[in-house]
Ligand binder design. Structure first.
Ligand SMILES: [Zn+2]
Length: 510
């Protein structure tokens, strides 16, 4: 059964001479070697006529059955500062141009380039350009597929097969993340996220457990319950905590625990967002969306030695008579007494108790590493600019150079991470001051107006979950990394990106 789940683009390994295609699409670097003499001639003739085509996209006539070539040049590549995204951008532009020309059966021509994964990123870009958002296809099912199928050509058929197989798995995961992340606050309200996820993972290797009972939530996940309080007055907005688990077929060498922030809409709560800052807050569920998409990749790739556990908090940060408010003191699952400072800092609240549960489980797991994935702070966007995820390691993860390895992997697949560092003052800033409070939840001002506004939440999560007791000096050190994806998840009206799913897959699965 699969009522939900993203459409899969049909990919066929193809020959350049095939008459089953109506356009060839080529991403070309400067001085690109072209295998086909026919294409090579068409391109050099066009460049002689119009040197601007070194940087401009063009549709050229070719004497092959497809008849037209969409030539999409990368333009000059700076070996020091450009990265793989230059290929993705050109592939997206090429496919979009082919669609504009009326193509329904494009054939992507992937020539050699000098970059690890350069070919994979070109194919991923093409597939990304062919995705139709869930609310478009549910409104008009005839728009589900932008093409009948996509052809792929490389010099070697075997390589084309492998590329197509891997790219489809990664893109299917990304589409899951986009379906959930992109949809509006009602289409992906918590019960409907549950419906989608149940349908998606039915009859797969992924075990799913959904918690919706308010009594259980308030007993086991009290910080989540505080955020869920206002929303739970409406049946259709009631929160969900979902746990997903994958057990590998062979011996476990590493256990990954992912916590995802899934705020289906963030009004700010009682500290309501004003001045137009609420617009776009349906994207505040992109952390959970990326984690769920990653589980889809796990489900399809079936890694042999990696166990993956995920917990996502799906909740609407509503405003109403039942809202949680600042000054409240709530006892977290870890036992720590948390003072609420600002209800708009809800992401860390919904993740801390799930992280605490994973901390408990990690103590008995093989080589565990815990993660939180969240569109957490406006400060992240100011710090690194749009398009970049941020990783912040705790002490034990830092000692193993984790963030450096993740950054390298992220660069190798064009889904880049920047590295931030957790410092003593981040931890000090969250320690309680008034008698009876152990931890303060945040600062009174928005992160974008606060010093170290994106590092602070990592410190809060460390303290509130009790992970601070598992540092390098303890008898049971646990690796933990906080991933802030506020700048990479995609802001309206741009599409959701699925970041950092590709980087995570490259780093831990491929
Ligand atoms: Zn918020």
């Amino acid at each position: 059964m699969s009522n939900f789940g993203p459409p899969v683009t049909q990919v066929r390994v193809a020959d350049l001479e095939s008459d089953a295609y109506d356009a060839l699409v080529l991403v070309a670097t400067p001085k690109q070697k072209i295998s086909s003499p026919v294409l090579s001639r068409a391109i050099s003739d066009a460049l002689n006529l119009d040197p601007a085509l070194k940087t401009e996209i063009a549709v050229l006539p070719v004497s092959l059955p497809a008849k037209r070539l969409v030539y999409s040049p990368t333009g000059p590549i700076d070996p020091d500062y450009d990265d793989l995204r230059i290929f993705k951008t050109s592939a997206v532009a090429g496919i979009k141009r082919a669609l504009k020309s009326g193509s329904k059966r494009p054939l992507l021509v992937i020539e050699e380039n000098n970059y690890t994964n350069g070919k994979l990123v070109i194919l991923l870009g093409a597939l990304e350009a062919l995705y139709t958002p869930i609310q478009v296809r549910e409104h008009d099912p005839t728009k589900e597929h932008k093409v009948e199928y996509l052809g792929v050509w490389t010099k070697y058929v075997e390589e084309s097969n492998k590329l197509a197989q891997l790219a489809l798995i990664l893109e299917t995961g990304r589409r899951v993340a986009c379906d959930i992340g992109d949809a509006d606050p009602e289409r992906m309200a918590p019960p409907r996220v549950e419906e989608y996820v149940r349908s998606l993972f039915a009859n797969t290797p992924i075990k799913l457990n959904v918690i919706s009972d308010i009594q259980q939530i308030s007993k086991e996940y009290p910080l989540f319950e505080a955020v869920n309080r206002a929303a739970s007055c409406q049946e259709r907005h009631k929160g969900r905590i979902m746990f997903l688990e994958y057990e590998p077929s062979e011996s476990v060498k590493e256990t990954l625990f992912f916590v995802g922030k899934g705020v289906t809409y963030d009004t700010g709560g009682a500290d309501v967002k004003t001045g137009g800052y609420m617009l776009g807050m349906s994207r505040d569920k992109c952390g959970a969306a990326a984690v769920l998409g990653f589980m889809q990749v796990v489900s399809l790739l079936k890694p042999k030695n990696v166990r993956v556990v995920a917990g996502v908090g799906i909740v609407r940060n509503s405003i109403g008579s039942n809202s949680y408010v600042s000054d409240e003191i709530i006892t977290a699952r870890s036992g720590a007494r948390i003072r609420v400072i600002n209800t708009d800092a809800e992401g860390r609240m919904i993740m801390a108790d799930i992280l605490c549960r994973f901390k408990e489980e990690a103590l008995a797991a093989v080589n565990p590493h815990l993660f939180t994935v969240a569109t957490l702070t406006g400060h992240a966007c100011l710090t690194v600019g749009m398009g970049y995820s941020i990783v912040i390691d705790n002490g034990p993860a830092h000692k193993q150079m984790h963030s450096k390895r993740l950054q390298k992997a992220s660069d190798d697949i064009g889904d880049p991470f920047e590295i931030s560092t957790l410092r003593k003052e981040d931890i000090t800033a969250h320690q309680g001051v008034a008698e009876g409070e152990d931890i303060v939840q945040g600062q009174s001002k928005p992160s974008s107006q606060s010093m170290r506004g994106h590092q602070g939440p990592a410190a809060f999560l460390l303290l509130a979950s009790g992970l601070d007791k598992h540092g390098s000096g303890s008898s049971n050190p646990l690796k933990y990394s906080h991933l802030d994806i506020a700048a990479s998840a995609g802001h309206l009206p741009s599409p959701a990106t699925g970041a950092p799913l590709l980087a995570l897959a490259q780093s831990y699965l491929l």
